[in-house]
Design a protein around this ligand. Sequence first.
Ligand SMILES: NC(=O)c1ccc[n+]([C@@H]2O[C@H](COP(=O)([O-])OP(=O)(O)OC[C@H]3O[C@@H](n4cnc5c(N)ncnc54)[C@H](OP(=O)(O)O)[C@@H]3O)[C@@H](O)[C@H]2O)c1
Length: 278
Amino acid sequence: MKPLTLVTGSNGKTGSRILSRLIQSEYPVRLGSRIANPTFDWEKPQTWDAVLKGVNQVYISFQPDLAIPSALESIKLFVNRCKAHQVNRLVLLSGRGEPECVESERVVQNSGLEWTILRSSWFNQNFSEGMFLDQILDGKVLFPIITVKEPFVDIDDLADLAFAALVTNKHVNKLYELTGSELWDFKKAFQLIADETHQEIPIEEVPLSTYLSALKDFGLPKETLDFIEYLFITVFDGRNESILKDMELALGRKTKNFKSYVEETAKTGIWKLREKIT
Ligand SMILES: NC(=O)c1ccc[n+]([C@@H]2O[C@H](COP(=O)([O-])OP(=O)(O)OC[C@H]3O[C@@H](n4cnc5c(N)ncnc54)[C@H](OP(=O)(O)O)[C@@H]3O)[C@@H](O)[C@H]2O)c1
């Protein structure tokens, strides 16, 4: 009997990819989404029991981010519900260089269940499916002055590893610190997207305070602004400016680099600038 997997964030960047890998290999799945039936909402613990019924293993992708202060309590509560439902394996998506995430990782590691921790660097796909896409489409990127480099991870690689962690025993009780194979600074990363799509996309580097007030004008809530400020001040201090072999060793192959990701993604047309309304 193949195990039943609950994929939280099943419509999200990583969850959707893990879900499709499971479905393609004919594993039974349960969707962890606010629009699924039964519904799953991290903010409504009363929704969790119905979704966990009969589930053998869970991919945990917490929302909005594992580093926010309320995440730890939610993860503790969620892991307890998993145990009550006799779930036997947890695969947790975590963030690299974020001490707050380590607390939640420990809850999973000390749960008594089989576990795998995927402690990931920033995703390539933040540029095409996440927080940076809108600015690119608007044809003008505003970004805080930051010289630190990031070893972006491609989430197709991450999803391959998460899938293997769910359907084989090779990754049980392992913590992987996931990086890509190259360090990129953000300005060069945006510039590569402009070059590859043959579009003029000016990149304006501004002080963090200017960047945050621009985001506030876009209507971002205070909690999100505080979190972005935390990321840029605390996490981008150089602590993650290194490349590790965990991902390649765990996958047994090379990972996708940022340039290949940009070349492939540019071909999909996702970065075609929006028409300017005059
Ligand atoms: N972005 C990065 O570079 C990065 C790097 C390392 C780690 N992480 C971690 O990645 C996690 C995010 O994962 P991801 O990027 O795969 O997800 P994502 O793409 O941000 O997931 C978005 C999905 O989350 C669901 N969602 C939103 N609020 C929810 C709620 N209250 N309850 C249940 N589902 C909710 C939504 O689906 P529905 O509308 O269907 O509910 C949405 O489709 C975070 O925990 C973060 O710490 C991110």
